[in-house]
Design a binder for this molecule. Structure first.
Ligand SMILES: NC(=O)c1ccc[n+]([C@@H]2O[C@H](COP(=O)([O-])OP(=O)(O)OC[C@H]3O[C@@H](n4cnc5c(N)ncnc54)[C@H](OP(=O)(O)O)[C@@H]3O)[C@@H](O)[C@H]2O)c1
Length: 268
């Protein structure tokens, strides 16, 4: 898909990776509707992006509210026109020992990371299919490829997002509409991992926010199913893990991922 002039709805636009992804899409010539709950931060991000002459609108919404989702899609369509690209970027990482999560945390994590992205896609897909053009990008995670200790719930939601993407992509084959998933490992500088203030294991390394944004652009432009973003190429390891499932668990232990995860949530 050629991105120039395309209208994008991007969730999670107030902080972390969202503003970086938005900047990369603006550079490609897209018009953007940014959304999140924090109006002030959204406005600041939108103002910055507009300096390059881009059309950027900031729409405050809680993606977990059906009413807010409807308003969001209505306002974004009113202001920009038909939505060509949906980026399901908003997500929450409820890290910690699984048994210590509250029932409310379980509901909130499942709703934010899976239900709401599905609902947004469900709302925008009919129009995309009618126009035979559109693209949805879901922000997954390497945690969805290999579940992480003390991030088990988060990992589960990201695995669900990846397999939903795979199924939907097959279903959409030949319609002109497509869906991709971008799976970053540890990301430096901004976002949920950086906010913990711990160093990633040496073997895993970390990627820049710009690398994630480039992957989102590439996923749309080249219509890729899945892009893994990590300095160490992890696909061969994942392939080996499919054949021998103990490999992943062993690697996570030897690479120090389990130790880091424990440290990250103050369990060590
Ligand atoms: N950073 C990483 O290391 C990393 C690695 C792998 C995957 N990812 C994935 O990349 C995506 C972005 O992560 P990030 O690091 O940028 O996270 P982040 O810094 O925590 O930002 C999350 C964004 O989602 C928004 N959001 C959360 N709940 C929302 C809700 N109910 N309604 C509307 N907006 C909501 C937040 O805005 P408000 O709070 O203002 O609503 C914020 O803009 C996530 O899906 C994450 O799982 C990140």
């Amino acid at each position: 898909m050629d991105l120039k002039g395309k209208n994008v709805l991007l969730t999670g636009g107030s902080r972390g990776l969202g503003p970086v992804i938005a900047a990369a899409l603006v550079k490609e010539g897209c018009n953007i509707a940014l959304t999140a709950r924090s109006q002030d931060s959204l406005n600041t991000v939108a103002e910055t992006l507009r300096r390059s002459g881009a059309t950027v609108v900031a729409i405050q919404a809680d993606i977990n509210s059906a009413e807010n989702r409807k308003l969001l899609v209505d306002i974004a369509t009113q202001k920009l026109g038909q939505i060509d690209i949906l980026i399901n970027n908003a997500g929450i990482e409820t890290a910690g020992a699984f048994q210590k999560h509250t029932a409310e945390e379980i509901e909130l994590t499942l709703t934010t990371n899976i239900n709401s992205p599905m609902h947004l896609a469900h709302m925008l897909l009919p129009e995309m299919l009618e126009r035979q053009s559109g693209h949805i990008v879901n922000l997954g995670s390497l945690a969805g490829k290999q579940g992480s200790a003390y991030d088990a719930m988060y990992s589960g939601t990201k695995a669900a997002l990846i397999e939903w993407t795979r199924g939907l992509r097959s279903e959409l084959d030949g319609t002109g509409v497509s869906v991709s998933v971008v799976c970053p490992g540890y990301v430096s500088d901004v976002g949920m991992f950086a906010s913990f203030g711990v160093k990633p294991p040496l073997l895993m390394g970390q990627s820049s926010p710009d690398a994630v944004a480039s992957a989102v652009v590439k996923a749309i432009r080249k219509d890729r199913f899945e892009i893994l973003v990590n300095p160490l190429p992890v696909r061969p390891l994942l392939a080996l893990n499919t054949l021998f499932p103990a490999v992943g668990t062993l690697f996570m232990r030897l690479a120090g991922v389990n130790k880091l995860q424990k440290e990250k949530v103050g369990e060590s």
